[in-house]
Design a protein. Sequence first.
Length: 278
Amino acid sequence: MSTNLTSLLNTYRKEKRCLAGFNINDIYDVRAMVLAANELNLPVMAMTYPPVAELNSTYLCRKIIDGFEKEANNKIYLHLDHSTSVDLCKQAIDDGYDSVMIDGSQHDLKTNIQMTREVVEYARSAGVTVEAEIGKIMGRDVVVKSEDDYLASVADVVALCEEAGPDIVAVGIGTAHGFTPTTPKIHFERLKQIYDAVPNPLVLHGGTGIPDEDIQKAITMGIAKINIGTIVHTTYMRETHAHIGKDVASAYPPFIMKEVIPQVQKVIVDRLKAVNSL
């Protein structure tokens, strides 16, 4: 049950542990993720970004994970990542997702609270975990005017948690989506202030470019879930392109993907080790 995810993340916050979530696109990167999780005997989160959820449907995404759970040694949690649509969150809840993220961070605080509250109220009867976001995660055309613009305000985090009631909260503390020209500067002082101000498990986005030691330090300050995406899909696409390019005329998906999956698995194992200090 999805309520177990909220319980797990609350436990992880207390025990200074972290659940790694990986953005997935199809059955091939899901297989790589499951193989990696089995290799290290860990639970894992499969996250569908809205374009994936919309292209494949949240119903089919749920069925894909249902199928792979028969091969997994531990739980695979299914999550809707960065949805700016309340309706898409509701559809994912109806289709059996374990958790959904409603991202109102590009709106003013009042609107963010309203959007989050609506999803929280809808999710409660289904026992689905809700993630909210406050502050801004840079990259992906996110407009940032100043440090005050992207760093999560402690007062705003408190207001969002108290007035909307999300289970977990993604906080803007200097990380960015995707590869960045310089190493992201995490504002640990702000993270510690937020950690002290709210009891909610916190979420760190933009996990691809964050140094391992910074990941571990953040986990000691309430980060109980970390999102990792870019390093997975870029490995997938690069390796697929390389293998197809060897002989385009004879390229056959099962043979190509048999070569690609172990490379994606290797990257996911590496990130799981970083998150879990293995």
